[in-house]
Every structure is written in structure tokens, then in C-alpha cells.
Design a binder for this molecule. Structure first.
Ligand SMILES: NC(=O)c1ccc[n+]([C@@H]2O[C@H](COP(=O)([O-])OP(=O)(O)OC[C@H]3O[C@@H](n4cnc5c(N)ncnc54)[C@H](OP(=O)(O)O)[C@@H]3O)[C@@H](O)[C@H]2O)c1
Length: 278
């Protein structure tokens, strides 16, 4: 079994250590339906990211209607499982006590392994459904199918309400959109609250679909550090102690670049300047 050479820029999710930059998989294996045309490249890309030393992979039952999870499963199987942290998510149509358990079992089957962090993908209006799903997940922790419970796209109020609904285990993470261009977790108090609660904020769409990689103002800031615009945009996020970012990258070049966003930090002044770039 290959080991993932875990890098020194580590963050906490629950009691586990994960790299500050992970790998997103929306589009890997398809979007809303499966796409089998690029399977080999996709698996190779994920394996390359693991070989570089990124140990965090984000997937969901929704991605490629399950095919993304299959490709993640294929990519991780040659590696020491305990070196890797896999996130998956239950889609709202599968919320509810029995449905959520069934969905988690199907995800774990496609992955060929347990799920380290299982998230409620999006909130629904009916809080009882959320509560029921969270309680089902607590039982899945006891069964060993998932290790930690989290949510995604929950605002501060809903996050607090969900925390109160837990019976045995804590919500250890909230995965939300967070980028230099979309700093709502900072302005709504969500980030500060999660920091105080020692909860991981998993930042999705951190490159704004790649557009922050083409920002000349960020590139100028990066020059002082020998870093690129994309690396500045990602470093801005992981600068916060409880934030990890999960850019999706399909090429070796992008994976290497994103990996290089770790292991250094922007100065406070440059971080402030970066805000003015977007
Ligand atoms: N929980 C949720 O509701 C939710 C919602 C959206 C996304 N997510 C997760 O977050 C992940 C990331 O978000 P995202 O995919 O929406 O957007 P993103 O990571 O901001 O952008 C991905 C795009 O950026 C490009 N890219 C990656 N690294 C680059 C680099 N160094 N330089 C230039 N371009 C680069 C990629 O191109 P290549 O593919 O060509 O490398 C891809 O087109 C998703 O894959 C998914 O796992 C979660």
C-alpha cells in the first residue's frame, strides 16, 4: 500500500488531521449524470494529488449520480486508507431516517470504503427532516460506516439549531462557498462562530471556477512570494486556522499549483490588499 506523504500544513476535522488544501470532485465522473468518458484521466489526477500529499477528497452521491464516488474509490484503493480523509454527502431527496441510512450505505459501497465525514448536502425548509437525518447519521457513526457528521450550505442560525439537535456526537464541519470574491462567512459571523466552536469550515468553489487564477492584481501580490494568483487566492482562505479549501483540479499542473498554496502565509497587509483585488 502506498502512503500519502502528509505535508506540514495540517488542519483539524474532528480529531483528524487533513491537509489545508484538498481535492474537489464536482465534474469528476460527470455533473448531474454519469460521464464515463474521462475515467482514466480523472483517477490519475486524484492519485497524483494523493502522491503530492493532499489527503482530503470531497465527493457526494449527487456528483455524476454516484460515479464520482466510484472514481474516488478507484483512486484511493492503492493507498493506505488511514492516510486519506474522504468527505461525501447525502442529497436532500434522501433526507429522513431510513433514506439517509440507505444513501450512506450506497455511497460507502460505491467508494469501497467507509466515509470519514458525511454531510447533509443542502438544508431543507422542514427542520424535522434535518433533525431526523442527523439522528440517523449518529447511528451510522456507531455502526462505523461514517466517522464524523457535518453539514453543508448551512447559515449561522441553522448551524446553531442543528448543533442543538445532536444527541451524541458533534457537528464537526460546515462546507460552504467561500472565496476571496464571496466572503459571506466573514461578514455574517459564521467564520468567527465556527472558529470559536473549533469547527472546520470547508471552503468550496475557492477559485471561483478558475477565474481567481487569472487575476493580475493577485498575481502581483504573489510575485513577492514566488506564488501565482491562484495560490494567493487559496492561501487567503487557509490563512484562517479552521479553514480548508477544496479546489477541483483536473490536470497535474493545476494540482501542483494548488498544492503550492500550502506551507507559507501571506502577510496581514498583503491579505488585506488581496481583498481589494476582487
Ligand atoms: N457542498 C456544496 O454544495 C458544493 C458546491 C459546489 C462545489 N463543491 C465542492 O467544491 C469543489 C470545488 O468547487 P468548484 O469545482 O465549484 O470550483 P473551483 O474549485 O473554484 O474551480 C474549479 C475550476 O478551476 C480550475 N482550476 C483548478 N485549479 C486551478 C489552477 N491552479 N489554475 C487555474 N484554474 C484552476 C479547474 O480546472 P481543471 O479542472 O481544468 O483543472 C476547474 O475548472 C467541487 O469540486 C466540489 O467538490 C461543493
Amino acid at each position: 500500500m502506498k502512503r500519502v506523504r502528509i505535508f506540514n500544513d495540517l488542519k483539524r476535522i474532528g480529531d483528524d488531521k487533513v491537509t489545508a488544501i484538498g481535492m474537489g470532485t464536482w465534474g469528476i465522473g460527470g455533473y448531474e449524470s454519469p460521464d464515463y468518458s474521462r475515467d482514466r484521466e480523472s483517477v490519475e489526477a486524484l492519485k497524483y494529488g494523493l502522491e503530492l500529499g493532499m489527503n482530503l477528497i470531497d465527493t457526494a452521491e449527487f456528483y455524476g449520480a454516484g460515479h464520482s464516488e466510484e472514481l474516488v474509490g478507484e483512486a484511493v484503493k492503492e493507498f493506505e486508507r488511514e492516510d486519506i480523509f474522504i468527505i461525501s454527502k447525502v442529497w436532500p431527496t434522501h433526507f429522513g431516517y431510513e433514506e439517509a441510512k440507505k444513501a450512506a450505505r450506497a455511497s460507502a459501497k460505491r467508494l469501497g470504503t467507509h466515509i470519514d465525514l458525511y454531510l447533509l448536502h443542502w438544508p431543507v425548509d422542514d427542520f424535522r427532516k434535518i433533525e431526523e437525518t442527523l439522528h440517523a447519521l449518529e447511528e451510522l457513526v456507531d455502526e462505523g460506516l461514517i466517522r464524523y457528521i457535518g453539514v453543508s450550505n448551512f447559515d449561522l442560525e441553522l448551524l446553531k439549531r442543528s448543533q442543538e439537535a445532536m444527541r451524541k456526537y458533534e457537528i464537526v464541519a460546515n462546507e460552504v462557498k467561500y472565496s476571496l470574491r464571496d466572503r459571506w462567512p466573514e461578514t455574517t459571523g459564521l467564520l468567527d462562530y465556527m472558529k470559536r466552536e473549533k469547527m472546520a469550515l470547508i471552503a468550496y468553489t475557492p477559485l471561483e471556477k478558475g477565474s481567481l487564477a487569472r487575476n493580475s492584481c493577485l498575481a502581483e501580490i504573489g510575485e513577492r512570494y514566488g506564488k501565482t494568483s491562484a495560490q494567493v487566492a487559496l492561501n487567503y482562505l487557509i490563512w484562517e486556522e479552521n479553514v480548508v479549501a477544496i479546489p477541483k483540479a483536473g490536470s497535474r499542473e493545476h494540482l501542483e499549483e494548488n498544492f503550492g498554496a500550502m506551507g507559507w502565509r501571506l502577510s496581514k497587509e498583503d491579505r488585506e490588499k488581496a481583498r481589494g483585488c476582487v
